[in-house]
Design a protein around this ligand. Structure first.
Ligand code: AMP
Ligand code: ZN
Length: 114
């Protein structure tokens, strides 16, 4: 999608440090990390957020979670643990409206909100 930062990363119109890629999913380091490991996992197809999931595109959720496990293994945090976080919409603080999960790890993570 034109003007979508994450679509531009998929299209290599913007630089990123790719940590995982397959035909459906891409993952790259967050530009403003909040932990030693902070990876953004996205579907290559543009979906704004969870509100835009449908019967026909919801398989990306499985793809994203499968990728998350592989990335955690690759980065050596699978055993110690990690958080997968999705912010959906304005009240949740979503700033990039291309569906994404934050994989955060590498430190004892702070207090859980939930
Ligand atoms: P959210 O606030 O959940 O929408 O998360 C958006 C995330 O995307 C933030 O953590 C940003 O630091 C990150 N981000 C924005 N632009 C880029 C970029 N060009 N490359 C990597 N991460 C980015
Ligand atoms: Zn997009």
């Amino acid at each position: 999608m034109q003007d979508c930062v994450f679509c531009k990363i998929v299209e290599r119109q913007l630089p990123s440090t790719v940590v995982y890629e397959d035909d459906k999913v891409m993952a790259f380091n967050d530009i403003n990390p909040v932990a030693p490991v902070h990876v953004i996992i996205i579907p290559k197809a543009h979906i704004a957020n969870v509100n835009e999931l449908t019967e026909s595109n919801a398989s990306v959720m499985g793809d994203i979670h499968l990728a998350a496990g592989k990335i955690a293994e690759k980065l050596g945090v699978a055993d110690k643990g990690y958080r997968l976080i999705n912010n959906c919409g304005a009240d949740a603080g979503q700033t990039v409206f291309h569906l994404h999960y934050h994989l955060i790890a590498g430190v004892k993570l702070g207090p859980k909100i939930i």
